[in-house]
Design a protein around this ligand. Structure first.
Ligand SMILES: Cc1cc2nc3c(=O)[nH]c(=O)nc-3n(C[C@H](O)[C@H](O)[C@H](O)COP(=O)(O)OP(=O)(O)OC[C@H]3O[C@@H](n4cnc5c(N)ncnc54)[C@H](O)[C@@H]3O)c2cc1C
Ligand code: SF4
Ligand code: SF4
Length: 938
């Protein structure tokens, strides 16, 4: 048997040669281990990871898999929580070739490839005031393929707006490679003709179910609730046409019935006015009794939080209002939206008249203030990470996802609390989408001893009896059956319904090659197999819950690894044998360290605030400390050398035929990888001349960054310092660049290289220099690189006399009001740097761009450009990969781009083929002094 299996495997692998190039077939152990994780507490190491670029490649892979009986699992963003996006066979991952989306019908529908992130679809729909129905809390990360295949939903979606109910069309590929695209009449006709047997099989099941009154009633009950256990058998009741049945069965099928290659959804209108309020009730009964009233008044979301959950966030609650909590308190966060202000007010009045008069504490009265609303929702969204952030070392955070009929919600909640007591899950908290009777409970669990596994098992058996047995509820309302609930499918559905599901599987995937072990699993203890253990690696990353929320930000995600995969690789390493560890050791440096830009962009979306970049910098500090120390000691000399080299290289590139110098440095880098690569967008060395400034009573101290003291301006542009001086002079500020600036550095490049000692030394020296020339921070201090501003502000102890501001932030706050702006009509590309995002979520840079041009174009799916100071020179493939999708996103009429960090601008210019420069150039071009601006004194 083993021989046949391996013979099959060998044939499969050999024949893949004709389907996918080697670069898109990952076989090395290091990456396979890194890809072994999704957001669940299960892990499997795939034998092979494939990255098909299109449906044709995917179809051919499936045909081979079916022919050689090789199991395959699809992965979109890998944020699944029930273990359905992992495999010990072939893992098929969606790369950037699956990220296209098209809006149709003036925003009434959207057609998407499966790699489109949910939030990206919503950003595209914003101008039409619509959104997609499914709204999982993971929407900033998870992708349409996974949203549909899990039938994900969230706070506002309920049952009515999930992918099943909003499905408008689908392009799908079945296990045998058969395709149907319901958007195309020809494809449909062909499919109906060729797949008569399959469609008849579905029609027979439809008729059988419809004739079985008790099964029909059971299905209707299960889908009145939120339910992602098993297949969507409601498709057999809701649709007559077997093709419609098929496409709707695909929703929630967790990759076990076929591949969703494209999906169209009907969209949902976004109401223009909204109010949110937060109320604490004496107990669950009082709070739950109010839910039907809120439902009747059109509440869009009602989030329930139990007292233990509230205890976790008391500090945040106190910032909006006061509440005295006891062990029975239950809060409701209520969100109402309406088509008009009058209607909203009427709804709010009606809601408030239904509130109980006794034992009600108003933490925050209904408000329409956007910042307060955001804050209230942050409190709610922070609950899951709040448990993750304080969990004991080695424990896993588990989030369960059940639903009760609304009439059972209060009793269900109480019974759940009794189980927490019985099994000593003292840290467990409960919150959930009350309108749907959907509760999430979060607790921590260790899995490394049999006793701990037994405790979890016994608890889960009791949860199953409580939810499916006593209350006829659902065991997975949102997160899918996966491996976690597969053993309990029959407990919820009964043998008859599971039998129908198995016949559906048999019709569509007779060889059971699609995601085996998920939804159906013959092992009654499948939920205890392949559990993740989380050995400590480093305190900087040990809190990681492997949710994957950091992945879309990471510039190396399509080149090597994401932050989550870096962490997973290091966590799984101790579990491998010595030989495997040695194999991984050989690759680790490049995958984990070299290709990390270390800009910490991942931290901006991490629910537990992990900055993987900081961890990588710490790892770097253990390597090559000597070289960094030497460079640090000779700052001015190193800069002089770098400037001269750049100028020399520039002249050489002018003298030589185009591309000779870039090609030469590329070849040389094969021998000396540390050698920087030359490319055409690289400028000459910067000018060292300090531009003269007009004299005014108001001054600004300008600290030019090392970046701009080394890299000159673009070919046809004046030096940056000159332009900054001109703009600030126009606004009536004198610009002062104090002497010996060439010896100053904020410390950021050294910290980036892991040389904390040099970084601290420069930080102190800079502080002294500023104190000397700007005692007690008399005048504002600005710098021209967002990365340096971020470093200064992060490192800035509150007691520092001089706080250094990022240039665009200073301009927006103090300069714009003194200038007359004539916005440019032509589209302008904007790149919001990681540092700007980390400083102020890119607010100032975007505000300035929107002031200066009528059409600001910010490309999708690009956050960090990967240039990271010098990575664009020493690891150019990182920037190339991070910006691969940039050129196609540049409108034909856009001829330049703006940003606020010189090194990023160079990488962007190289990738885009148009010049990116500091936004201050555009401000200079589009502005003049207001007539009453202060005038220069002679
Ligand atoms: C912190 C956190 C919060 C979450 N909150 C919610 C929530 O509020 N609501 C909710 O519903 N879920 C939630 N989830 C779970 C998860 O994020 C969602 O179910 C999400 O929709 C999964 O999408 P994905 O892109 O990550 O898919 P993946 O995890 O990659 O895959 C999901 C399933 O779809 C299959 N699949 C992927 N692509 C395809 C395709 N093209 N064709 C066929 N099958 C495919 C996979 O094999 C897998 O079985 C949360 C997860 C986390 C970590
Ligand atoms: S680093 Fe943060 S965002 Fe990334 S997987 Fe870990 S917990 Fe999630
Ligand atoms: S610092 Fe940047 S490159 Fe490194 S893991 Fe985080 S996002 Fe990725």
């Amino acid at each position: 048997m083993a021989d046949t299996l391996s013979a099959n495997w060998r044939s499969f692998v050999t024949q893949l040669n004709g389907v996918l190039p080697v670069a898109r077939r990952v076989t090395d152990l290091a990456r396979r281990v890194a890809y072994s994780t999704d957001a669940s507490f299960y892990t499997l190491i795939p034998k092979l990871v494939l990255f098909p670029n299109n449906t044709e490649e995917l179809r051919r892979v499936l045909q081979l898999a079916r022919r050689w009986n090789v199991p395959v699992t699809f992965r979109a963003a890998g944020t699944s929580l029930s273990g359905q996006a992992i495999s010990d066979s072939v893992l098929i991952m969606l790369n950037h070739h699956w990220r296209n989306a098209w809006i149709t019908g003036e925003g009434r529908h959207i057609r998407m490839q499966p790699g489109v992130i949910g939030a990206q679809a919503n950003r595209m729909l914003t101008p039409y005031r619509t959104k997609i129905g499914p709204d999982p809390a993971s929407i900033n990360t998870c992708k349409i393929g996974g949203i549909a295949a899990n039938n994900a939903s969230g706070m506002c979606c309920g049952v009515d707006h999930n992918a099943y109910h909003t499905l408008a069309g689908m392009h799908l590929i079945l296990a045998d490679g058969t395709e149907v695209d319901t958007h195309c009449a020809q494809s449909l006709t062909k499919f109906r003709f060729k797949q008569k047997k399959l469609l008849q099989g579905l029609a027979d099941l439809r008729d059988e179910v419809r004739h079985d009154a008790s099964l029909k009633a059971h299905i209707e009950h299960q889908f009145r609730l939120k339910n992602t256990m098993g297949y969507g058998l409601n498709a057999l009741l809701d649709y007559d046409d077997p093709v419609e049945i098929l496409t709707h069965l695909m929703i929630g099928s967790e990759g076990t019935l076929g591949f969703i290659a494209e999906l169209s959804l009907h969209t949902i209108p976004v109401a223009p006015v909204r109010a949110t309020g937060l109320y604490v009730f004496a107990d669950a009964e009082t709070a739950c009794a109010l839910i039907p009233h809120l439902q009747a008044q059109g509440a869009e979301a009602v989030e329930l939080m139990d007292s233990r959950a509230l205890q976790r966030v008391t500090g945040q609650l106190e910032r909006v209002g006061k509440a005295t909590l006891d062990t029975h308190s239950v809060a409701l966060l209520v969100d109402i939206s309406a088509p008009s202000q009058t209607r909203l007010e009427a709804q709010l009045n009606a809601i408030q008249t239904g509130f109980p008069t006794r034992h009600l504490q108003t933490v925050c009265e209904f408000t329409q203030h956007p910042q307060t609303i955001d804050y209230l929702w942050q409190i709610r969204k922070g609950l899951f990470p709040a448990v993750g952030a304080v969990r004991a070392q080695g424990t896993t955070v588990i989030i369960e996802d059940i639903a009760f009929d609304l009439t059972d919600l209060a009793a269900g909640l109480q019974a759940l609390n009794q189980l927490f007591e019985r099994y000593d899950y003292r840290e467990a908290i409960v919150f959930g989408h009350a309108l749907d009777g959907n509760l999430h409970f979060v607790f921590t669990q260790q899995f490394d001893t049999p006793a701990q596994q037994q405790r979890y098992d016994a608890f889960m058996q009791d949860v199953v009896s409580l939810v499916a047995g006593r209350y006829n509820g659902t065991l997975k309302a949102e997160h899918g059956t996966g491996r976690n609930m597969a053993p309990f499918l029959v407990h919820q559905w009964g043998q008859r319904a599971v039998g129908i599901m198995q016949r559906i599987k048999q019709l569509l995937d007779p060889g059971a090659i699609l995601n085996p072990g998920v939804i159906f699993n013959p092992d009654p203890k499948a939920h205890l197999q392949h559990l993740k253990t989380l050995p400590p690696v480093d305190t900087l990353i040990d809190n990681c819950i492997e949710c994957g929320f950091c992945e879309p930000q990471c510039p190396s995600r399509d080149l090597t690894l994401t932050p989550r995969q870096r962490i997973a690789l290091m966590r799984r390493l101790p579990l491998l044998d010595a030989e495997q560890q040695a194999t991984i050791d050989r690759q680790q440096a490049y995958l984990v360290d070299t290709t990390c830009a270390a800009t910490g962009m991942c931290a901006t979306s991490c629910p537990v605030n992990i900055d993987t970049g900081a961890w990588i910098k710490q790892r770097r500090s253990l390597e090559h400390p000597q070289a960094a120390q030497t460079m640090a000691r000779h700052l001015a000399g190193s800069h002089r050398f770098a400037r001269r080299s750049l100028t020399l290289a520039h002249w050489a590139s002018q003298a030589l035929p185009v591309k000779v110098l870039p090609a030469t440095t590329r070849v040389a880098r094969r021998l000396w990888p540390a050698l920087p690569e030359y490319f055409e967008a690289l400028p000459k060395g910067a000018s060292t001349v300090i531009p003269p400034s007009a004299t005014f009573t108001e001054k600004v101290i300008y600290f030019p960054s090392c970046l701009n003291r080394v890299f000159g301006a673009a070919e046809d542009q004046p030096p940056l310092a000159e332009v900054i001086t001109r703009v600030l002079n126009k606004a009536g500020f004198e610009v002062v660049i104090p002497p010996q600036v060439e010896q100053q550095c904020c410390g950021q490049p050294w910290q980036n290289k892991g040389n904390q000692q040099a970084a601290s030394q420069y930080e102190q020296q800079l502080e002294q220099w500023l104190q000397q020339h700007n005692p007690d921070g008399r005048w504002p201090v600005i710098t021209d690189a967002s990365s340096c501003a971020l470093h200064c502000q992060q490192g800035s102890a509150e007691n520092k006399s001089n706080q250094i501001q990022e240039l665009t932030a200073f301009v927006v706050q103090h300069v714009l009001e003194r200038l007359e702006i004539r916005p440019i009509e032509q589209p302008v590309m904007l790149h919001t740097t990681c540092s700007s995002t980390r400083l102020d979520e890119g607010r100032y840079l975007r505000a300035l761009a929107n002031k200066l041009c009528t059409q600001v174009s910010e490309p999708a799916n690009i956050s960090c450009c990967g240039f990271a100071g010098n990575k664009g020179l020493t690891c150019p493939e990182l920037t190339a990969s991070a910006l691969a999708s940039l050129p196609v996103q540049i409108p034909a009429t856009a001829s330049f781009g703006v940003s606020n960090n010189r090194s990023c601008e160079l990488g962007l210019s190289k990738a885009a083929g148009i010049t990116y420069s500091h936004i201050i150039y555009l401000l200079d071009q589009q502005s003049k002094a207001r007539p009453r601006a202060p005038t220069a004194t002679p």
